[in-house]
Write a protein that binds this ligand. Structure first.
Ligand SMILES: [Zn+2]
Length: 348
């Protein structure tokens, strides 16, 4: 596909227009193009703000608690991660990243467990996919050499939660990450409320979940300017529901992630559908949902320290071949086979 025409999602609105590749650059126009290759919605590529693609090879039981499945060090996932063969894990991550590309996402922010080796495997899996991984590694020890080695190649550190580990260890990691101007991020108040003052003292760049955050926690989070990633698919599996209305009213920049690949495919349009299932239109409007996906996720990516090439205010676009009279409904009903990419010469 070299050209598309229909509606473009631009600055939070759908406007009539078209897009055409010229000398490898995508040119947007407010004129329709009756001769375009494809007709439909021209949408900015999305950013998946929270993944754990390393666990996509795990087949999970129908119902488990957060503790049984994902709590370190002995939740099912962590036992499986210790034993997985390198090639099996890399192939499974590559399969997930191919889906990320196929469904219109340009970057994903991954919490990559398993020390330096975990980061290396994700880099291997990402090669040639056309998608940019933002890797938040996780040391296996408190060895300062291991932490430095991870920070040398990864974009920062992504940890479990203050309830899961020694607080002083998290303080050290946060100081270390900031001294190298890299990201420090962790999960917060997922299965139960955690002490938000202690979380704030870690100076996180990004928090994940906040399902059990109190009103005061949300106020403090908004005042500190810390964005929050919510993960509807993962929350739904555990029977959880984030206080999204209150988060938005408190002024938090809320973005979206697909969380563990063993629970939820890394497909952002699917996460948007799960978000709508969780929140009726009387609680969260269509426009708010589109802003979360197409505007906030990229804003959050761009706010993270030290990302260099990953930062971009010029997102690429993809096309959803679908009727344009009710764009939100078309997005809700989208099928992966109707998602089309501009042909940039082999790279998805
Ligand atoms: Zn997570």
């Amino acid at each position: 596909m070299k050209s598309a025409s229909g509606l473009i999602f631009k600055d939070g609105e759908f406007v009539k227009g078209s897009a055409r590749l010229e000398n490898g650059k995508l040119i947007l126009s407010e004129e329709s193009d009756p001769n375009a290759d494809v007709f439909g919605l021209i949408l900015p590529k999305t950013v998946n703000c929270h993944t754990h693609l390393g666990d996509g090879f795990i087949r999970i039981p129908e119902k488990s608690t957060v503790e049984e499945l994902v709590a370190p060090p002995d939740g099912l996932k962590h036992r499986m991660l210790r034993n997985v063969k390198e090639q099996e894990q890399i192939s499974s991550m590559k399969e997930s990243i191919t889906l990320v590309a196929r469904t219109g996402t340009s970057h994903f922010i991954d919490f990559r467990e398993s020390g330096l080796e975990g980061t290396r495997r994700l880099l291997m899996a990402s090669l040639g996919t056309g998608v940019i991984p933002v890797i938040l590694g996780r040391p296996d020890s408190d060895d300062v050499n291991e932490i430095s080695a991870i920070l040398n190649v990864a974009d920062g550190i992504g940890m479990s939660a203050i309830s899961d580990m020694e607080y002083e260890y998290l303080v050290n990691l946060s100081v270390h990450a900031r001294s190298t101007e890299k990201v420090f991020s962790l999960h917060a108040s997922e299965a139960k409320r955690e002490d938000f003052q202690k979380i704030l003292e870690l100076k996180p760049d990004l928090l994940v979940h906040m399902v059990h955050a109190s009103d005061d926690d949300m106020e403090s989070c908004a005042s500190a300017g810390i964005p929050v990633v919510i993960c509807p698919g993962s929350n739904a599996y555990f029977g959880l529901k984030p206080p999204l209305r209150k988060m938005l009213d408190a002024g938090i920049t809320v973005c979206l992630g697909s969380d563990n690949a063993m629970l939820s495919e890394p497909n952002m349009l699917e996460e948007l559908r799960k978000l709508r299932t969780m929140f009726p239109i009387t609680e969260i409007t269509d426009r708010e949902m589109l802003e979360i996906l197409f505007i906030n996720c990229r804003k959050v990516l761009n706010s993270l320290p030290g990302l260099g090439a990953a930062n971009s205010n010029q997102p690429d676009f993809f096309v959803l071949e679908a009727p344009v009279d009710e764009p939100f409904l078309s997005i809700m009903g989208s099928e992966t086979e109707n998602i089309r990419m501009f042909d940039m010469g082999g790279i998805p």
